[in-house]
Design a protein around this ligand. Structure first.
Ligand SMILES: [Zn+2]
Length: 245
């Protein structure tokens, strides 16, 4: 049996404690974090959760914390509305598919992965697999659609396409290598077909003009009638596509 030389003292709690806090008039989630190392109350925006976090030293009354948050609403409110809202793939959520909003409908009893039906994306299997299944479905559809459209567009010039791949690229919607490999962002499958066609025309035109000069743009215009509208759509709406999933 171990000998205890000194009487055991109850060690001070060094653990960070986190819990939800509701404050009247605040719609966004607010997290109360009790941090033993904190020396004063502080408020932070938490973009990943679409809310805010208030960090407090131990022993501060909740009422005091609420008052603190209320006093800083003028600082908090505009920062909260500026956070882009993420759109996770879950039952009942709407996701655009080829430009049309589709409701995700979880149907655990059905032996399907994902099937588009009457403006919905029906998803079978366990709920835990739903987000991955929806993502896989969209990637697969993107690959199929972008491959078919790239080859059809290339045949009109004519040029050859060596391969088509899809990725989750943030900085650009498509790219074309010197040896004819096209790569697209799979999120394009959420955009309307006429926007997809512009991106395809753009990349296929690079098979002839590896630049963005006047001859390149004339070539893109000859392949696609909606260049200006599609570029405007991507500028206005494109960023939104990255919030899904
Ligand atoms: Zn380009």
């Amino acid at each position: 049996m171990p000998l205890r030389l000194r009487p055991r003292r109850s060690a001070p709690k060094r653990r960070v404690e986190t819990r939800a806090l509701s404050v009247e008039g605040l719609e966004a989630p607010l997290e109360l974090r009790i941090n033993p190392r904190a020396t004063r109350l502080s408020l932070k925006i938490d973009p990943a959760h679409g809310g805010a976090r208030v960090v407090v030293p131990p022993g501060v009354a909740e009422k005091h914390v609420r008052d603190f948050v209320l006093r800083h609403m003028g600082w908090l409110a505009p920062r909260l509305t500026a956070i882009p809202v993420r759109r996770p793939f879950e039952d009942g959520a709407a996701v655009p598919f080829r430009g049309q909003p589709h409701l995700i409908r979880h149907e655990p009893g059905r032996r399907i992965a994902v099937r588009p039906e009457d403006g919905a994306l029906c998803v079978g299997g366990e709920a835990a697999h739903l987000p991955r299944r929806v993502t896989d479905f969209l990637k697969r559809e993107a690959k199929r659609e972008l491959t078919a459209r790239s080859h059809a567009m290339a045949a009109r010039l004519p040029v050859t396409i060596r391969a088509v791949t899809v990725r989750d690229t943030r900085s650009r919607w498509g790219s074309c290598s010197a040896d004819g490999r096209l790569s697209y962002c799979w999120r394009l499958i959420m955009a309307p077909d006429w926007v997809i066609d512009y991106v395809v025309a753009h990349e296929v035109a690079h098979r002839i003009e590896m630049n963005h000069g006047p001859r390149f743009w004339a070539l893109v215009e000859s392949l696609d009638p909606n260049v200006a509208a599609a570029r405007a759509w991507l500028k206005e709406e494109g960023g939104r596509l990255h919030l899904y999933g």
